[in-house]
Design a binder for this molecule. Structure first.
Ligand SMILES: NC(=O)c1ccc[n+]([C@@H]2O[C@H](COP(=O)([O-])OP(=O)(O)OC[C@H]3O[C@@H](n4cnc5c(N)ncnc54)[C@H](O)[C@@H]3O)[C@@H](O)[C@H]2O)c1
Length: 310
């Protein structure tokens, strides 16, 4: 199979590429990535090809299709992904996450693909007061990032409805693992803990996030690539919602620092309070998240320690 992965040099993308190439050595895999601040080509396995280009540029996308001699499986991860940056510069998010997604859909339609696996997010549902959002829940995105991802998600669904493009949409929860860009919550807290600095928490720290291991996410995406029906949409929840404060406290415990090091900082404007998704559809397909955030903390702290000493 010829597989094109956009954003394969990012956090989730490089894990997916490594696991995919190890599990499916007969496939030819190519990454299309602009190598923004969040992309690092050095972590791709040697046998994965790379086209450096912008998903919002049709000629770059066509060049990637041509290089593979056609695409059977397109896995679309490329995005501007940091909420705080979307508050400073929303237009960049619209270009990459909305226009970039449409350009990929256009070229996929023009050239033909067997599957277009689009990676959306739980943030499209916005803050969930009680219970958990099913795949049919309305979109109430709370940040420019989430709004741009919601628009991309809807364009993918529209491409299936209008042209029967064989799309599948995955909506993962907050993902943890090594190799995440240091601006995101877990590396920020881990670096602060190993550096014996204060651990910054937005507002009262009682915002709740559902944490999903990047390895579990890759397994779920692999399952969806093989088994999901064209036009389907899937939540990929993690181990259940917990507060950011409880995550910071767990990091303190594992790092051996006092929880008095946790310091409240000015909250993010419009900060969503709680994300929670219903995962029964994916469970029925045979997927259950296996890894816990607590078990991963030693590796995240070791990585933070490594970057501290370099
Ligand atoms: N990390 C999470 O917790 C999480 C949760 C749910 C969904 N997602 C989604 O998963 C996907 C990957 O997230 P991530 O955390 O790995 O992001 P990331 O920011 O770590 O990586 C994004 C990658 O996309 C590339 N990129 C950015 N703009 C591009 C463009 N215009 N053209 C081509 N490449 C471009 C970057 O160079 C980088 O390699 C995103 O679509 C994100 O919205 C992430």
């Amino acid at each position: 199979m010829r597989v094109l992965v956009t954003g394969g040099c990012g956090f989730i993308g490089h894990h997916l590429v490594k696991r995919w190439t190890a599990a499916r050595p007969a496939d030819t895999l190519l990454v299309l990535d602009l190598l923004t601040y969040a992309g690092d080509a050095s972590r791709l396995p040697a046998h994965a090809g790379l086209v450096v280009g912008d998903v919002a540029d049709p000629s770059a996308v066509r060049a990637a299709f041509d290089r593979l001699g056609g695409v059977d499986m397109l896995i679309h991860l490329a995005a501007e992904s940091h909420v705080d940056r979307s508050i400073i510069d929303p237009s960049r998010f619209v270009r990459t996450n909305v226009l970039g997604t449409q350009v990929l859909l256009d070229v996929a339609r023009e050239c033909g693909v067997e599957r277009f696996l689009h990676i959306s997010t739980d943030e499209v549902y916005g803050s969930i007061g009680l219970g958990a959002a099913t795949e049919a829940a309305p979109f109430r995105p709370g940040s420019p990032y989430a709004a741009s991802k919601a628009a991309g998600d809807l364009l993918v669904q529209a491409a299936h409805n209008t042209w029967q493009l064989p799309t599948v949409v995955a909506r993962p929860a907050n993902t943890f693992g090594t190799g995440q860009f240091p601006e995101k919550l877990l590396p920020v807290l881990a670096r602060a803990a190993v550096g014996r600095a204060s651990l910054p928490l937005y507002g009262d720290g009682l915002h709740q996030r559902d944490w999903l291991a990047v390895e579990d996410l890759c397994d779920a995406l692999s399952l969806l690539a093989d088994r999901a029906q064209a036009g389907s949409v899937w939540n990929i929840p993690g181990g259940g919602a917990r507060t950011n404060r409880s995550v910071a406290e767990a990091i303190c415990r594992v790092a051996g620092v006092s929880t008095t090091q946790i310091a409240s900082v000015c909250d993010r404007p419009g900060h969503d309070r709680r994300y929670a998704m219903d995962g029964s559809a994916l469970r029925a397909l045979g997927f259950e998240a296996k890894r816990s955030l607590d078990d991963a903390l030693p590796a995240l702290l070791a990585e933070a320690q490594g970057s501290e000493s370099t």
